[in-house]
Write a new protein. Structure first.
Length: 318
């Protein structure tokens, strides 16, 4: 079975430095030489697929999905936030209509949670027989005992939030989180992630700190030094920072329901808060977790790779 994986996302900083980039890197590393990655941007994907004589093409995000894939298609659908909140995310509907049309034609659609699977059935009409739920995992870099980065001036005790700030994504609610921390007397907040021109407005002396983009090793150190990770997201497709923090032994506070509720259900060191308690309730839960240790998850990217390889086998044998 010859499988080609579209790895062009790794050449685009806007994708490579986000969760999609981590997904592609970790999956390729775990699959190893069983797959052929196509990395060259600017060339029609179908040409590389046909040249490789692929039995299966895996497009690991809808950003690169094609209506003419050149081989039976597996696509990973990380979330359907643009369709659920079109006024916020769909500046132009044409590009997304084309992408979602290609997803509908795929032989199999991999989703990270049952929550996204339900959205795919409801919003795209994809039958459950073509959907495969494959939970993701923390990258190997995330482990207990990593020292915090010496170059950063961090508070002695702090809460941590991780995500992109270029610009802040409304569904992540980081602006509301920062505002709540600024007016409270509790633990300060450290925001880690790629920053844009709007990000400095979130900072406040002694209360909210921006550290910008960090390497995986530095991020592991930040997780390990934090009292807790706090995730006020209204919606996620999976929530990689949650499992990364747990892998570093750091507890997590998040709102219950949706994908995060699914991913963190039963996790040692996770506190799920009813959304009705608001940001203050979430911060109270995060501060109550300070000084406790989380249980690192057992799932690895080797598990993700094996389950993904099984999906390729279904498609190639169809």
């Amino acid at each position: 079975m010859r499988v080609v994986v579209d790895a062009r996302a790794l050449s685009d900083p806007a994708l490579a430095e986000r969760g999609i980039g981590r997904y592609v890197r970790c999956l390729l590393d775990a699959l190893g030489d069983r797959v052929v990655p196509l990395r060259r941007p600017g060339r029609p994907l179908v040409l590389g697929v046909r040249r490789a004589r692929a039995d299966v093409l895996h497009t690991p995000s809808i950003d690169g999905v094609s209506l003419v894939p050149g081989a039976p298609l597996v696509v990973t659908l990380h979330d359907l936030v643009p369709l659920k909140h079109p006024r916020t995310y769909l500046r132009t509907g044409l590009r997304h209509r084309v992408r979602y049309a290609a997803v509908k034609r795929a032989a199999r659609v991999i989703v990270p949670t049952q929550a996204v699977a339900a959205d795919a059935e409801r919003l795209l009409g994809i039958p459950s027989a073509r959907l495969r739920v494959i939970h993701e995992a923390p990258a190997p870099a995330f482990r207990p005992g990593v020292a915090p980065p010496a170059r950063l001036r961090l508070p002695e005790r702090f809460l941590l939030w991780v995500g992109g700030l270029d610009p802040p994504d409304p569904r992540k609610r980081v602006e509301q989180l920062a505002a709540a921390v600024r007016r409270r007397d509790g633990l300060p907040l450290v925001l880690a992630g790629r920053v844009g021109p709007d990000a400095p407005a979130l900072a406040a002396p002694g209360r909210v700190f921006l550290v910008g983009r960090v390497s995986d090793e530095e991020l592991a150190g930040l997780y390990g030094a934090a009292a807790a990770l706090v995730l006020p997201s209204a919606e996620e497709g999976f929530g990689l920072p949650a499992v990364e923090a747990l892998a570093c032994g750091t507890p997590v506070a998040a709102f219950s329901g949706g994908a995060l509720g699914e991913v963190l259900a039963g996790a040692g060191g996770a506190r799920l808060v009813d959304p009705g308690e608001g940001i203050d309730g979430l911060l109270d839960a995060a501060e109550a977790l300070a000084g406790t240790a989380a249980t690192p998850p057992q799932r690895t990217w080797a598990d993700v790779a094996e389950e993904t390889w099984a999906v390729y086998g279904e498609v190639a044998g169809a």
